[in-house]
Design a protein around this ligand. Structure first.
Ligand SMILES: Nc1ncnc2c1ncn2[C@@H]1O[C@H](COP(=O)(O)OP(=O)(O)OP(=O)(O)O)[C@@H](O)[C@H]1O
Length: 690
């Protein structure tokens, strides 16, 4: 585990911690401390460039996993069995890229936790000085601060409880802090909306008054955005409201943490994590109107739980709770909140006491949400799941979930260069689709993009690749669905699915909806046509027409088919550009082979490649890929089976022409010349080619 570059200081600390956590006599708590110290060590080493980011990431992951195994374990022998006070700030601000870490805590057992009971007990006795370090803080709005500030010491006492204990804490405050009770509006506000409360003990001396506390600490009254200067309570915007710890700017966060164990290290740890996540979390709060109900639906997503604690539920909360019950088996998704209320932005990173542990692991790809074209406002998992967009109001949540999971494509980006040949189709698509999607302000009126295009041609010629590329290059969200799954997979629900698909796409626009085998959805009407297929088709045409959409919608439907002749003429008319995607020509086949072989250990000479290209006349792009795959197995096949177990990758011989020669024996063209004739004819009649 030791990295040669580690300095002597870190090394000794590292060793100390290492022995602590490998010792048999350590308590789980000590082990957790040991692991956490290791994490901090890694943090130091990384920050001082003593280890690389990759190394730090791996080490983080390893220790964070072990740490979480202890703190999340409900095994009293091996687990700390509580959210050790410091873990919440540690967990916040970190990205969640490990779904399997499921917390063992539930709303029913959290109150049984020893630490929770201790804290409640301590709160009762007003022994604020004995409290453990802070998890969260309160940003007080002007109105609230006016009435809360005088009783800050009391607020700090009751707020020592962990987040979920708010109700209990408040009721204790009621009995112990008459000052707070004397301010009914603020108290109501607290009860209804505070997702978590600061333990202010370390920050506010209990004897302090508001006038000398707030400016000194710069915590309670400091706006989260814009002006980070320490502010007095009077400078707090009326828009300010309660926020959770990670919403602090880092300067404030470190001051908040100053009273806890390792201030320097901790600060380092936080500041090196993704700053934007903190900002996003803050943004989520600040974008939310000051509405106590609404706040229960955002933030850490535990609004329902918190309200349960207080006992009283508004109708909206009740609805939320009911929805949670109804769909509690389904993973919670982001509310698709295009309409300006991006309530969940960044919320996925925080976790409440019932959420999953979020490892402090920086993402290696550098992208917060999964890739350059990822839509942060819709595609990432978060902890709140109330569909808030008007356009989704009649759509079943399970359909939205299906679309987000199965139909929205999160695959790697595709470039035009990845698609060999088809130059005419590529040029046309760039002109009529990609540019208008990129510059809707220029491509207006007659220059406006079509709503639907059709890619037709033999199988395996890159139609799907083109669809993906359109989405990537125009920065659109890509939805990919096979029409046959609409008619068969969701029997009886296909029509709803079509509606849901367009609704979600509207929320995620610009969007490209790629429909493979569109002929099976839009086939010509016949006597034997099934009622449900007819309904799906009608719904699809309605959606395609934009009858229920505004003309500003930037949704493009890309249909792909190998049987263009079967498409209903009404549908054909709507797919205004019909582009033939033919078999790859020699130059395109060469490009495919060269590209694929460039990634392999290969000894092909130029003239051998030319020979392969010649021999592969009539192959589709998919056939060419298959040929290369088959050839690449040649060197392995030439090994003795015993060698497989011992041989190193470097010892595998390069792929040679002989392997291709053998591959040609088993890989044949998948398209017949008769079929090709059919495509050519249809292209002559209906195609948009020259
Ligand atoms: N023009 C091409 N350039 C590079 N690779 C290609 C091309 N055409 C096909 N391929 C390869 O074949 C695979 C299948 O292609 P794709 O799924 O895009 O074909 P398709 O036309 O949509 O097929 P189908 O009509 O059967 O759905 C691709 O993943 C790619 O590896």
């Amino acid at each position: 585990m030791q990295t040669p570059a580690l300095s002597a200081v870190h090394l000794s600390e590292w060793q100390k911690n290492y022995f602590a956590i490998t010792s048999d006599t350590c308590t789980p708590g000590q082990k957790a401390d040991g692991y956490r110290a290791q994490i901090l060590c890694i943090q130091y080493a990384w920050a001082n460039s003593e280890i690389s980011q990759v190394c730090a990431t791996n080490l983080f992951k390893k220790y964070a996993e072990k740490y979480s195994a202890i703190i999340d374990s409900d095994n009293v022998e091996t687990g700390v069995n509580n959210y050790a006070e410091d873990i919440l700030p540690l967990a916040r601000c970190q990205q969640n890229d490990n779904d399997k870490w499921q917390s063992s805590l539930t709303s029913s057992n959290v109150f049984e936790l020893k630490s929770v009971q201790e804290m409640m007990q301590a709160g009762k006795k007003f022994q604020s000085s004995l409290m453990a370090p802070a998890d969260a803080f309160v940003v007080v709005d002007k109105e609230v601060s006016a009435c809360v500030t005088p009783c800050l010491p009391k607020l700090s006492v009751c707020s020592n409880a962990i987040e979920t204990d708010l109700g209990a804490s408040l009721s204790k405050c009621k009995s112990q802090g008459p000052d707070i009770l004397q301010s009914p509006p603020s108290l109501n506000c607290l009860q209804n909306s505070v997702p978590s409360v600061t333990k202010t003990t370390d920050i506010f001396p209990s004897s302090s008054t508001s006038s000398n506390i707030l400016p000194n600490t710069g915590v309670c009254a400091t706006p989260l955005f814009g002006n980070n200067k320490a502010a007095s309570s009077s400078s707090v915007t009326p828009q300010s409201h309660f926020g959770i710890g990670q919403n602090l700017p880092f300067s404030n966060q470190s001051s908040l943490l100053a009273g806890s164990g390792n201030p320097g290290k901790r600060k380092m740890f936080y500041t090196s994590s993704d700053e934007s996540c903190s900002m996003n979390s803050s943004l989520a709060f600040y974008k939310t109107p000051i509405n106590t109900e609404a706040r229960n639906f955002v933030g850490n997503g535990n609004g329902g739980e918190e309200s349960n604690v207080t006992g009283f539920k508004t109708a909206k909360e009740q609805l939320w709770v009911d929805q949670q019950k109804k769909y509690h088996n389904q993973p919670q998704r982001t509310p698709i909140s295009c309409g300006g209320t991006k309530k969940s932005l960044g919320a996925g990173r925080s976790r409440g006491p019932f959420g999953k542990f979020v490892p402090p692991v920086p993402r290696q790809d550098g992208h917060e949400n999964g890739g350059p074209h990822y839509k942060p406002h819709g595609a990432g998992p978060t902890e709140s799941s109330c569909p808030v967009d008007e356009r989704l109001k009649n759509i079943e949540p399970k359909m939205i979930d299906l679309i987000m999971h199965e139909i929205m494509d999160h695959g790697p980006p595709v470039n035009w260069d990845d698609i060999a040949g088809v130059d005419f189709a590529k040029a046309t698509i760039k002109e009529i689709v990609v540019w208008p999607m990129l510059r809707p302000d220029i491509f207006t009126g007659l220059r406006g993009p079509p709503k639907g295009i059709l890619l037709f041609g033999p199988p395996g010629t890159g139609k799907t690749l083109i669809g993906k590329c359109i989405a990537c290059q125009s920065g659109a969200t890509f939805f990919s669905i096979s029409a046959s799954s609409l008619t068969s997979k969701w029997v009886g629900e296909g029509e709803k699915m079509v509606r849901a698909l367009f609704a979600v796409a509207r929320c995620q626009q610009p969007a490209v909806i790629f429909i493979d085998e569109i002929d099976s959805l839009l086939s010509q009407r016949g006597d034997g046509e099934h009622e449900s297929s007819r309904r799906i088709k009608t719904e699809f045409l309605v959606q395609l027409d934009g009858a229920t959409t505004s003309s500003e919608d930037r949704i493009l439907v890309v249909g792909a088919t190998n049987r263009p002749q079967e498409i209903d003429e009404a549908a054909r008319r709507r797919l205004v550009k019909r582009l033939y995607i033919p078999l790859p020509e020699a130059s395109a086949r060469k490009q495919i082979v060269t590209r694929l072989m460039s990634k392999e250990h290969c000894s092909l000479r130029e003239e051998e490649i030319e020979l392969i290209v010649k021999k592969s006349d009539g192959f589709s792009g998919a056939d060419m890929t298959q040929l290369c795959r088959e050839a690449s197995l040649g060197p392995i096949r030439s090994l003795q089976s015993t060698d497989i177990a011992t041989i190193t990758p470097e010892q595998v011989r390069p792929i040679s022409f002989l392997d291709f020669d053998n591959a040609f024996r088993s890989v044949r063209p998948s398209v017949s010349s008769k079929d090709l004739e059919l495509y050519e004819n249809w292209n002559q009649t209906f195609g948009s080619g020259r």
